[in-house]
Design a protein around this ligand. Sequence first.
Ligand SMILES: Cc1cc2nc3c(=O)[nH]c(=O)nc-3n(C[C@H](O)[C@H](O)[C@H](O)COP(=O)(O)OP(=O)(O)OC[C@H]3O[C@@H](n4cnc5c(N)ncnc54)[C@H](O)[C@@H]3O)c2cc1C
Length: 292
Amino acid sequence: MQTPAPFEYERATSLAGAIAALHDGDGDARVIAGGHSLLPMMKLRLATPERLIDLGDLEDELSYIREEPGEIRIGALTRHVDLLRSQVLAEQFPVFRDAEEVIADPVVRNRGTIGGSLCQADPGEDLSAVCAALKASVVLRGPAGERVVGMDGFHLGPYVTVVGFDEILTEIRIAKRPHGGSAYEKVERRAGDFAIGAAAAALNISGGTIVAAGVALRALAPTTVEIKRAEELLRGSRPSEELFAQAGEIAAADCAPTADGRGPVDYKRHLAGVLTKRALRRAAARALQKEA
Ligand SMILES: Cc1cc2nc3c(=O)[nH]c(=O)nc-3n(C[C@H](O)[C@H](O)[C@H](O)COP(=O)(O)OP(=O)(O)OC[C@H]3O[C@@H](n4cnc5c(N)ncnc54)[C@H](O)[C@@H]3O)c2cc1C
């Protein structure tokens, strides 16, 4: 039997109250959103918070997908199922739907949140690569106010982010750019499992030339890895199979996988190359459709 260590439980009635409770907890309090990562860790006693602050009642405030003139804003408590079903995201950033279709199962997708996924920072989790390829930023709110952090500076390592002990991730922001296409490719051992390897790609194409590019890998390094050299190669080039193959070769070289039960290093590097090429191919096709 797995049982968590004793803890106090409180339901937050306001964001400010939740932040104050975290602050008072001085590192011994944790927020809980969907609970699909935190509770298993507590049962295994890998996490032993003394106080849990449940964000569940803040759903009205923190669960939304909003289309603003220049960007899409996603509230931290937005659940996987809402990301999967969102028409706005399917049109603007189809990489979300691609990823959500292969995240876990309906039970997890009905409870798990985007904020929880990003803050958990599991090396195999999918939405961090999606957000990194889209060059998203996240809003962190703490006792001193708000700060906005780019995804490229969000992860410090496996299971570690820049979110302070008394901060709450409230929103994800993604800039809208014209003629964009994006895609996600993942290989897993069985349906709904964490990735053996995954690649997210986002391209904007104008006049037949790639003007912006994002490539990010998941489960192929200790944390999300953005393939900057591939992004540089892509920017200013015309989309082609050869170009995407070259970008794939760079991804295979620049990732940093470790051997584990999901496979050896060589296999994972091979996956990085193949999945990057496939994701770029699909992202380009989607972008070109918009340009037409
Ligand atoms: C069987 C199973 C299969 C899964 N398969 C996949 C998969 O294939 N791909 C994948 O990506 N994920 C997978 N997951 C993980 C799942 O997507 C995450 O557990 C879930 O989305 C995390 O969100 P949550 O709301 O449940 O977070 P919680 O468990 O509530 O919280 C996780 C961590 O984030 C912190 N936190 C939560 N919200 C915030 C916030 N707003 N601000 C600051 N800190 C916060 C918590 O304190 C905790 O440390 C799987 C999970 C299970 C149980």
